[in-house]
Write a protein that binds this ligand. Structure first.
Ligand SMILES: CC(C)(COP(=O)(O)OP(=O)(O)OC[C@H]1O[C@@H](n2cnc3c(N)ncnc32)[C@H](O)[C@@H]1OP(=O)(O)O)[C@@H](O)C(=O)NCCC(=O)NCCS
Length: 304
């Protein structure tokens, strides 16, 4: 197939086309190097579709797009029914039911997912088109990016960014952003910041006390959320930097958090900001009906 593709490209005079041999579960390309991924009816043949979507997300640049045409089984079909209809090896009896395509895409970090059923391909099966676009309405932070203490005036933007992160399915066990009164009561007033770019809130960071016990007085737990359209431009890093400076200045020498292992962006961001992985708590709680693991991370001040 590669020989044929290369010959066709030569015949067409397409000197700027390159063909690589690889697996869709392990794409042989660097992180954030791809503008557009298209796929025509192969993902249903993979036995590990979450890996396919995670790999797609990894190699796409922020704002990149994934467009798929494929065969989709309706969510209600059992593994046996899927197999009977020839829905691919991922549907073998005895395997746990795979999450729906939309759920898998969300878990991989994709936003703005639309699935358009096309032709019926059997009872409960459709061919479907999944164009995916990440709206990129917010230009690069540029020199005007700044960190400000979070106030009530930022409430609507902060809660909207929180909800956008929740909706992506990999940020937290929470399923709805609370109202401002609950949000503000649960977090320490001293260590909350927003990032402002082009006059708008692009992200926030806040911390809560880990415990009321005296021995934990120097330990806080934090959350950081960046607007989906403002990601990949160093804003998460700026926010963590502000949090670290603020907590250290107040004598809080240990910052902790828990991250779903699927949240590659958050794990990488925290590692870049000097956090270490303490360990993984397995099947800690159910999230939309699925047991999920949590990776515990912490950053200890060099002063400790
Ligand atoms: C996690 C999150 C806060 C990162 O914010 P961000 O502004 O996009 O991150 P930054 O641009 O500052 O990235 C800093 C570093 O993090 C890592 N990183 C960020 N996004 C990444 C991604 N999608 N894949 C891999 N690494 C990523 C990189 O190491 C990056 O440094 P680099 O650009 O020099 O390679 C953001 O994705 C988010 O808001 N997610 C939803 C909410 C959430 O999950 N919050 C954390 C809950 S634990």
């Amino acid at each position: 197939m590669l020989d044929l593709a290369r010959a066709n490209a030569r015949a067409a005079g397409a000197g700027n086309a390159e063909f690589l041999d690889g697996q869709i579960e392990a794409i042989p390309l660097p992180d954030r190097s791809v503008d557009v991924i298209i796929s025509n009816c192969v993902i249903n043949l993979s036995t590990d579709r979450p890996a396919v979507f995670a790999e797609s997300f990894r190699v796409l640049r922020p704002g990149g797009r994934l467009g798929i045409t494929d065969i989709l089984a309706e969510d209600h079909l059992t593994p046996a029914e899927r197999l009977e209809r020839g829905a691919g090896p991922a549907a073998s009896p005895g395997r746990p039911p795979s999450p729906s395509t939309a759920t898998s895409l969300t878990r991989a970090g994709f936003t703005d997912i639309t699935i358009t059923p096309a032709q019926q391909a059997g009872a409960g099966l459709h061919s479907a088109i999944i164009p995916r676009r990440q709206a990129l309405t917010m230009p690069s932070p540029g020199a005007d990016a700044r960190i400000e203490p979070m106030t009530g005036g930022h409430a609507d933007a902060v809660l909207a960014i929180y909800q956008a992160g929740i909706d992506e399915g990999n940020a937290t066990f929470e399923t709805r952003a609370p109202d401002w009164a609950v949000f503000t009561a649960a977090r320490l007033p001293a260590h909350r910041y927003v990032a402002i770019t082009h006059g708008r809130v692009a992200g926030w960071v806040a911390a809560s006390a880990t415990s009321g016990r005296c021995v934990y007085a120097g330990v806080v737990e934090h959350s950081v959320y960046v607007h989906p359209a403002a990601r990949g431009r160093g804003i998460g890093y700026l926010l963590l930097d502000a949090l670290i400076a603020s907590t250290e200045a107040a004598g809080n020498l240990d910052i902790q958090s828990g991250i779903f292992p699927e949240n590659i962006a958050s794990l990488a961001l925290h590692q870049a900001a000097g956090f270490r992985v303490v360990g993984t708590r397995e099947r800690i709680g159910r999230h939309h009906g699925l047991w999920r693991d949590v990776v515990l991370i912490e950053r200890r001040s060099p002063a400790v």
